[in-house]
Design a protein around this ligand. Structure first.
Ligand code: BDR
Ligand code: CA
Length: 315
């Protein structure tokens, strides 16, 4: 499901903690003619920064674009202690299911992620895709107030309207650094939020995974990662329900009509109670002042087709 590419592709920076669903999101962005991938910035999240940064480099090498810059950022949240390393339970010891076991040839650029985001946005406006705890984005906004108006859109995978996946109230990316999320959501940047309620629809069938595995070197590697991720969910949670959350933060830039949105007002619980890290999403008459659009419905087949076609195009 390819929508026509615009004459000028969107300049995109992805802030990420790869992560198997991050891998799928990054590969989709690399493959899309609608996106000019300006760089990846990495943060501690699914795994420590020392793991997420080389993983970003590995993914770009796999995709055949090793010269896309990677800038490493925060190794811990703004205020609270770092979360315990969850990669061993969800994404594997190395964060990518043991699939990309090579030393990346490239090195990260010698620039902090927050400064990299600012440099990119000041050169020419960017769209920022955040698929990890929002620490780097909050730091960029705090260090570079001149960024205001230079980020034309911020797409965030995070939050939950109903049940969280770290606590009954909170989703991982927001739970891991609620103060950063509150800072970012309050910045006045046009915000597109993809919470768990919609990312739980981002599932591939067995047949689609099989098709991906046969679609080339990149598809085969990604399918192996996704199979690991599904297996881990089966082992740890007793179900094979393994949504590719982060892909939905890139999808609106590639296949706009695949997601339905509604206006919303998002706030974050930064208190110390059991609901710390919860996202409060008001819609309709309950909004005092909308600050976002929130994804509510996914065309699952369009999602799957778009991902499969793009990954296959990487060979
Ligand atoms: C989010 O947490 C991470 O495990 C995923 O990569 C995604 O960004 C889903 O809650
Ligand atoms: Ca992620």
């Amino acid at each position: 499901m390819n929508e026509p590419a615009p004459a000028t592709p969107t300049r995109v920076v992805i802030d990420t903690d790869p992560g198997i669903d991050d891998a799928a999101a990054i590969l989709l962005a690399v493959a899309s003619p609608r996106i000019e991938l300006v760089g990846l910035t990495t943060v501690a999240g699914n795994s420590p920064l020392s793991v997420t940064t080389p993983n970003a480099l590995r993914l770009l090498e796999l995709a055949g674009v090793p010269s896309v810059p990677v800038a490493a950022g925060a190794d811990r949240p703004l205020v609270q202690p770092p979360p315990t390393d969850r990669s061993a339970s969800v994404h594997g010891e190395d964060g990518l299911g043991g699939v990309l076991a090579f030393a990346p040839a490239a090195r990260p650029v010698p620039r902090h992620a927050a400064d990299f985001i600012a440099d990119a946005a000041l050169e020419s406006t960017i769209t920022l895709v955040a698929i990890a705890p929002l620490t780097n984005v909050a730091l960029a906004l705090a260090l570079h107030p001149e960024l205001e108006g230079r980020i034309d859109r911020l797409l965030v995978m995070g939050g939950a309207r109903r049940e969280g996946n770290m606590t009954p109230a909170a989703e991982f990316n927001i739970w891991a650094d609620p103060e950063a999320a509150a800072r970012v959501f309050g910045a006045g940047i046009p915000l597109t939020l993809l919470p768990l309620d919609i990312t739980h629809q981002a599932l591939l069938t067995e047949a689609e995974l099989h098709r991906m595995a046969g679609s080339g070197k990149v598809g085969s590697a990604l399918a192996e990662m996704v199979a690991f991720y599904e297996h881990r969910h089966l082992h740890d949670y007793g179900d094979s329900f393994a949504p590719l959350h982060d892909v939905l933060a890139v999808l609106p830039l590639v296949a706009e009509s695949a997601i339905t949105f509604e206006d919303a007002e998002i706030s974050v619980d930064c208190g110390a109670s059991v609901s710390r890290g919860a996202t409060l999403v008001a819609t309709g008459g309950r909004m005092a002042s909308p600050n976002a659009v929130v994804g509510v419905e996914l065309d699952r087949e369009a999602f799957a087709e778009t991902l499969l076609e793009h990954v296959a195009s990487l060979g």
